[in-house]
Design a protein around this ligand. Structure first.
Ligand code: 16G
Ligand code: MG
Length: 542
């Protein structure tokens, strides 16, 4: 066993001493907290990224500074594994231990990690850093950089980029050239080339008009979208709003995907053009929702469930056209609208699975299919293709004995694979994919909306003494503890037509979340309010 030959405790104490004793947990999206509490944690994640790189035989590891849709004063950090996946779950507890340790125990903890994980500490290590536009992000990125350098790794800070771009950069650095060039421009080129291959010069088609209103959440999404426009040429017209990423207090403020999804209303800062197709991305541009406001001023949301059904339905048609035999499946969470699940199962006849909230769960499940489409209702999702599918598609796309229709479908599918960022949900890639499908179908946003009708729903949150008292099973649809809660929810739900409700502890905030849906908005609101009362009474509400 190798001993770690560095004085981590001393250097941490000197440069980024632990400021407080608040316990922090590596949750669904890494560590998130008020930015003021994060310097020493991010510095230590620099250490961890170096260890992870060594564990992975010197592969490049990603470290992203972002708190996504959280308020601007928060921030966060998460690690990205070599193939662009999220940090392996088995290392989450290691990250948590390292983050909460006293400065003086860092040496022994790091030594313990190296020994337990059988890490060859002599190996070189490399880390890529990216950050969002938060005022605290530069400072925290520097802390992470220092952590990497102090523990002997080499580090490149890519500056302000979207989370999915960092996933792309890490993957492209660790895989072959064919995947794409390892640079920000390489990412933009890859996506835009695939999009242009499919769209050619056709601007509009039947009801589809190539005009889009883009809400950048006053964050990195607006910056990247602007950089992206020249790459897209004349294929699509994107009007960018909420691009005040330099103004303090504006990030995610009354705009962005989370605001639109949770508030179920249009963001501020974007003109209300009746029936115009609008998109909102979140603070690090890994989530997207569509919406429009009709001529009567009524707001219509097309969230992750809609995007998933649109994409899955289209891929199924395309697979049929190729004549190939692939199994396609869709993965959702308990938040998926009941109508979307019915539509997928009964109309599209695509197998659908339900897993706990958090991208890693969806992603993992999606790998069980040849082609797995996964989306959370909040707009986070993508499509993953098995290696077997990719090989077959690549081979068949040069198979001259295929008839013209099959060959065209295979080539089309090949371009779609390039358009999709398989590593993680990617607002910009997802947007181009949706635009591709709508264009192919010749649909406007009302046509898309008309595929099924969402059940009205409501999401609320309850502050409790300890959110961890709430335990669930069956992909969070059943509350096993505290006792009595599920019975009380069941009784309440029965009172409402098409009623459904569940609770779960948040992974990113100190609250319990409540979801309810029913036939009418009034009922969904009432059901949600009653379930909030149940949580307050039986789960230690404060
Ligand atoms: C994080 C997750 C997202 C999940 C959300 C739930 C990732 C990259 N992001 O943002 O998937 O929907 O947390 O938040 O995993 P909650 O636990 O506070 O409801
Ligand atoms: Mg995000």
């Amino acid at each position: 066993m190798v001993a770690v030959n560095k004085n981590y405790s001393e250097v941490a104490f000197k440069l980024y001493p632990k400021k407080n004793d608040k316990v922090i947990q590596y949750g669904t999206a890494g560590f998130r907290a008020n930015a003021e509490d994060l310097d020493h944690i991010v510095f230590r994640m620099g250490f961890l990224a170096v260890l992870r790189s060594k564990k992975k035989n010197s592969s490049f590891i990603g470290l992203m500074i972002t708190a996504s849709h959280n308020p601007e004063e928060d921030n966060g950090v998460k690690l990205i594994d070599p193939y662009g996946e999220m940090l392996d779950q088995s290392w989450e507890a290691i990250a948590t231990k390292l983050a909460n340790a006293d400065d003086s125990s860092l040496d022994s903890i790091i030594n313990e990690i190296a020994v337990n994980e059988n890490i060859n500490v002599e190996l070189p290590a490399s880390v890529y850093i990216g950050e969002d536009t938060r005022p605290s992000s530069k400072r925290l990125a520097k802390a992470a950089y220092d952590g990497v350098i102090e523990s002997g790794g080499s580090c490149t800070d890519y500056g302000i980029i979207t989370t999915p771009m960092l996933h792309y950069l890490v993957k492209s650095r660790n895989t072959d050239e064919e995947y794409g060039k390892c640079s920000s421009n390489g990412y933009l080129e890859k996506l835009s080339n695939a999009f242009k291959t499919i769209r050619k010069d056709v601007y509009s088609h039947k009801n589809y008009l190539s005009e889009l209103y883009f809400d950048g959440a006053n964050g990195v999404g607006s910056i990247i979208m602007k950089e992206f426009l020249p790459f897209l040429g004349n294929t699509i017209s994107v009007k960018i709003y909420n691009d005040k990423h330099n103004e303090v207090g504006q990030l995610n403020h009354n705009c962005g995907a989370d605001f639109v999804k949770v508030q179920q209303k249009a963001p501020e800062g974007i003109p209300h053009v009746p029936n115009a197709r609008c998109v909102s991305v979140d603070g690090d541009a890994d989530r997207i929702v569509y919406y429009f406001t009709d001529e009567n001023g009524t707001f219509h949301l097309l969230d992750g469930d809609r995007i998933a059904t649109l994409i899955a339905g289209y891929l199924m048609e395309l697979i049929k056209d190729t004549g190939l035999n692939f199994n396609l499946g869709l993965v959702q969470t308990a938040y998926a609208n009941g109508s979307s699940t019915n539509y997928i199962s009964n109309s599209l006849k695509i197998p659908v699975a339900c897993v706990p909230t958090g991208v890693k769960h969806l992603h993992h499940k999606a790998t069980e299919f040849d082609i797995g489409v996964y989306f959370e209702a909040n707009g986070h999702g993508t499509v993953i293709f098995s290696d077997r599918v990719k090989e077959i598609i690549k081979k068949e796309s040069t198979n001259t004995s295929l008839d013209a229709k099959k060959l065209a479908a295979v080539k089309y599918l090949r371009a779609l694979i390039d358009l999709i960022n398989e590593t993680v949900g990617d607002a910009i890639s997802d947007m181009l994919l949706v635009e591709t499908v709508l264009h192919a179908k010749g649909w406007n946003i009302q046509d898309w909306k008309a595929t099924y009708y969402d059940l009205p729903n409501r999401q609320l949150k309850v502050t409790v003494k300890d959110r961890n008292v709430v335990k669930t099973k069956d992909a969070e649809r059943y509350c096993v503890s505290p006792p009595g809660v599920q019975d009380a929810i069941d009784k309440t739900v029965k009172k409402y037509a098409n009623g459904r409700s569940f609770i779960r502890p948040s992974g990113t905030e100190d609250v319990v979340r409540v979801y309810a849906e029913a036939s009418t908005q009034e009922d969904a609101d009432k059901l949600a309010a009653e379930v909030v009362d149940i949580v307050r009474c039986l789960a230690g509400g404060i």
